[in-house]
Write a protein that binds this ligand. Structure first.
Ligand SMILES: [Zn+2]
Length: 198
């Protein structure tokens, strides 16, 4: 299907333009594929997946798209027909390190985002490498305070021993960071997947 050849009727009863109508993507178990960033597809990708029979449409927007042969509502929630395993190892990226550490300084617990930097637990000057096991999120005051010293010398130890997280662990962390925009049809899937208060 060529989505570019289709016309969009966003005016009739539509609260939103198609561009502002991303679809929430659920895994085959109906849990969001990822939480942070929240798994969203643009409407073109969502429609493509529908036509390729890779997803089921779970909920729809009011907004419709039209081609000469058909008309349909834009999906607001889709679920993958085939389960995507989270067994693969997450990429070693700045974002994922921050996410593993819940965007908090591992020395003082500060969550001031603008101050967040990376610290080599064992300094590079002492042979410390840039790996999951040696990099932690640290606020810049703590980073400066620790300087090129070993944790013992500085008496500064990370709150959590840094390790390589699993995709599952990263996803769990990401659940604590809801996105800025939530379509009402997404709420059920995000709500039902949150932990019950003890
Ligand atoms: Zn700090």
């Amino acid at each position: 299907m060529n989505s570019a050849a289709m016309s969009v009727s966003g005016s009739v009863g539509a609260a939103q333009t198609p561009e502002a109508s991303p679809a929430l993507v659920l895994n085959a178990d109906f849990r969001p594929l990822s939480y942070f960033p929240l798994s969203l597809w643009c409407w073109q990708d969502a429609l493509k997946a529908v036509f390729l029979d890779r997803v089921d449409v779970v909920a729809e927007y009011e907004t419709t798209v039209r081609s000469p042969s058909f008309e349909m509502r834009l999906p607001s929630v889709v679920s993958l027909k085939q389960y995507v395993s989270h067994a693969r190892a997450p990429a070693f990226t700045r974002f994922n390190v921050f996410l593993r550490d819940s965007f908090a300084c591992q020395y003082c617990g500060s969550t001031a985002r603008e101050l967040l930097t990376f610290d080599h637990v064992i300094p590079r000057s002492k042979g410390g490498r840039t790996t999951w096991q040696n990099i932690v999120a640290a606020c810049s005051p703590c980073n400066i305070k620790k300087g090129g010293r070993m944790p013992k010398e500085a008496k500064m130890f990370p709150a959590r021993k840094p390790t390589r997280p699993t995709m599952y662990e990263l996803n769990e962390r990401g659940r604590a960071f809801p996105p800025h925009y939530l379509h009402e049809s997404w709420q059920d899937f995000l709500y039902w997947d949150s932990e019950l208060e003890p």
